[in-house]
Design a protein around this ligand. Structure first.
Ligand SMILES: CC(=O)N[C@H](C=O)[C@@H](O)[C@H](O)[C@H](O)CO
Ligand SMILES: CC(=O)C(=O)O
Length: 372
């Protein structure tokens, strides 16, 4: 996973783990979390031993200065698997990683975001999930970005420290959306306080105005941001405003930042403007075809790339009309991958069986170019 401290066995003592507040820390995998103080009651046990990584102090060269593999291509916004009674279902994650890598050719993930119901999870659950994804992704995934956004600063900071301690390749933050930042300075000040808790970890702003209601334009935000947030690495841009995206890319002449687009149904438009890659829910189950779209675009075979975008769009257009959100994404992923994603957590409610049948039939009816 890049050149970061990831996976390196270091002098990680129990004290260090306690400091970082590791969610499942020190559980080992034979111990049931229910037997451990502070564990999530009833959560299904992690199937992975705890991740260890070097403490920041042992890293000789700050990663922001060390050569780093640029994040490009597709990033799956992971779903949080849950048991039928609504607990996080950690053992499924091993199979989920293999499925993304082997069946979808997707080697980057974005954990605990919108699709992962990150804001509907407890801090403890978010840590346990982050640890499990890191551990299961070790030597299989290229980049693991952990979303650490929350409504209050201390929780964001705690999650940022935790993500750093387990060796995450990046962290991301949404704008707080109860009390909202009203201008770029307030938003940067908030993000700076989070990013500085993980001074070795690349930082991404997660721009998703349809959900946060925070509409501060990203091209404005970029001005001078690196001076205040030295780890600033880029933006997960989940908005349809392609003028704003284009101006961001225009300003990024040196290519120091990454712009990852988050509206899957119009990714080709963002690629044409120079987006580096994409983070999205559909790359969980349409990653293979979307990768073929990226390949066609790079060739360039625009007509072929358009065919892929038209077809993924045909599916999304169909399900959006039926009512499409994270609950439906969970159901589609279960049906396509065969991996049980379980129900969503309230206030989201499970997709209807009618939806599942119709969505599956639509997906099965699509004839991909070249018999793909
Ligand atoms: C609001 C939302 O969840 N957006 C996702 C990521 O940002 C996308 O991946 C969408 O799920 C996808 O574009 C389908 O509309
Ligand atoms: C879609 C996306 O990027 C997220 O789930 O956060």
């Amino acid at each position: 996973m890049g050149s970061r401290s990831r996976g390196a066995e270091g002098p990680w003592g129990a004290a260090g783990q306690a400091e970082a507040g590791l969610g499942g820390a020190g559980l080992g995998w034979a111990v049931q979390p229910s037997a451990v103080p502070g564990a999530v009651p009833g959560a299904v046990a992690a199937s992975c031993p705890p991740v260890r990584s070097r403490p920041a102090a042992a890293v000789a060269v700050p990663s922001s200065m060390a050569p780093r593999k640029k994040l490009k291509g597709l990033v799956a916004a992971t779903i949080t698997p849950m048991t039928p009674d609504g607990k996080i279902n950690l053992p499924v994650i091993r199979q989920y990683v293999d499925y993304l890598v082997n069946e979808q050719n997707v080697k980057n993930i974005f954990v605990n975001g919108t699709t992962g119901e990150g804001l509907s999870l407890s801090i403890q659950e978010r840590k346990q999930l982050a640890e499990e994804w890191m551990c299961q992704g070790k030597d299989k995934l290229d980049h693991v970005i952990i979303h650490v956004g929350a409504l209050n600063l201390p929780e964001c900071q705690e999650l940022a420290r935790h993500a750093a301690a387990i060796g995450a390749d990046g962290i991301a933050v949404i704008a707080p959306f109860f009390f909202k930042p009203t201008n770029k300075d307030e938003l940067i000040a908030f993000m700076q306080k989070v990013a500085s808790e993980a001074p070795e970890v690349p930082f991404y702003y997660y721009h998703i105005p349809p959900l946060t209601g925070v509409k501060i334009r990203v091209e404005e935000l970029l001005d001078g941001i690196k001076a205040q947030i030295p780890t600033f690495q880029g933006v997960k841009f989940s908005d349809t405003d392609l003028l704003d995206l284009a101006q961001c890319i225009h300003k990024n002449e040196t290519g120091e930042f990454e712009f990852l687009y988050g509206v899957d149904e119009q990714l080709l438009g963002a690629l044409a403007l120079g987006a580096d890659g994409a983070v999205g829910s559909t790359y969980n189950y349409l990653g293979r075809q979307t990768n073929l779209m990226l390949q066609a675009f790079a060739k360039p075979d625009l007509a072929l790339a358009q065919q892929y975008q038209f077809l993924t769009g045909e599916f999304l257009n169909f399900v959006i009309k039926l009512g499409f959100g994270v609950a439906q994404t969970k159901a589609v992923m279960t049906s396509v991958s065969g991996i049980p994603m379980g129900p969503p957590r309230l206030p989201l409610v499970a997709a209807s069986s009618e939806f599942i049948i119709k969505a599956k039939a639509k997906l099965d009816s699509i004839v991909w170019p070249n018999g793909d």
